[in-house]
Design a protein around this ligand. Structure first.
Ligand code: R5P
Length: 295
């Protein structure tokens, strides 16, 4: 892209600022407010943006409002003559990438359609829940892995000599393999099942494991209720694990997820800034900027 600017969506101001600095691009601010009835209002007061607008807006809770802002800003940028590259560090609704029970909506497909209808010509996210979700876009769509930056952080900040990485389910297999290779530790994969109606999680190791006195780090893409991590921690504690940490990309942290995990024995949560929080110890801005630079 020869002529572009970075547009800071209301939910991702910090990361957009970092990206603009890294890319030496102009940062465009978006004015926004909520009407008394809850509707969103956005405005860009500059008359001309750029040929390409890199619009950064994460869709963490409140997901629907953040998505609506994303659609509104994208449509506005298109009206202003820009081609919109949507950078959505955390993509909401991506967990429903297929029908688990008959009659369910495939929500990530709807989100993909709405993004395209709002003028997005290229889509970029981080650790989409399942890459199948990218298949619903007809524009170029990519998901970058935050595992290398999480592993780098752990290598520099955690004693890895007695560490074992844990995948809480089969879906995290590739993630934990990459993480363990980069950190230089062993890994194990748990089996997890979830009641599709109640959401209750139950986990176990297939076969015997030797974990007595080990320190564990559970590696996952996202934490929502903390139920998966709390259940994994319970099993790890039962097997004699000493310290338990969690490394995840998206700390969604619904309800009392953080205290639930703490009560289950989690000593530290290490997350990225796809969703800004007190647990955002690692930034993905560099990762995203590098990708944008190569377009
Ligand atoms: C599931 O496949 C995901 O990778 C996460 O493990 C899951 O979505 C976390 O949800 P919760 O924190 O509610 O258990």
């Amino acid at each position: 892209m020869d002529d572009f600017c970075v547009v800071a969506g209301p939910s991702s101001k910090e990361i957009a600022k970092k990206m603009a600095e890294e890319l030496r691009a102009r940062l465009v601010d978006v004015e926004y407010k909520k009407f008394p009835d809850g509707e969103n209002y956005v405005r860009i007061s500059e008359p001309w943006i750029a040929k390409f607008a890199v619009l950064v807006q994460t869709t963490s809770p409140p997901q629907d409002s953040n998505l609506m802002q994303l659609f509104l800003i994208s449509d506005l940028l298109r009206e202003m003559g820009s081609r919109v590259v949507a950078v959505v560090p955390y993509l909401a609704y991506a967990r429903q990438h297929r029908m688990y029970l008959n009659g369910e909506a495939i929500s990530v497909r709807t989100v993909a359609k709405l993004l395209e209808a709002s003028g997005v010509v290229r889509f970029l996210t981080v650790d989409i829940h399942n890459v199948e979700g990218l298949g619903y876009f007809s524009i170029p769509a990519n998901s970058l892995s935050a595992v290398p930056v999480l592993a780098e952080y752990v290598k520099s900040n955690v004693d890895t000599s007695n560490l074992i990485a844990i995948a809480p389910d089969e879906g995290a297999k590739v993630r934990v393999e990459t993480f363990a290779t980069r950190v230089g530790c062993d890994y194990l994969i748990m089996e997890k099942s979830r009641d599709r109606v109640t959401g209750k999680v139950s986990s176990h190791f297939k076969g015997e494991v030797q974990l007595n006195g080990k320190n564990a780090i559970i590696v996952d893409d996202l934490i929502s209720t903390g139920g998966s991590i709390a259940e994994a921690s319970r099993i790890l504690k039962m097997n004699g694990v000493a310290d338990i940490r969690v490394a995840c990309t998206h700390a969604v942290l619904a309800d009392s997820a953080a205290s639930r995990m703490k009560e289950a024995g989690v000593k530290e949560i290490i997350a990225t800034d796809t969703i800004p929080s007190q647990y955002s110890k690692v930034s993905v801005s560099h990762l995203l900027s590098d990708f944008i630079r190569r377009l």
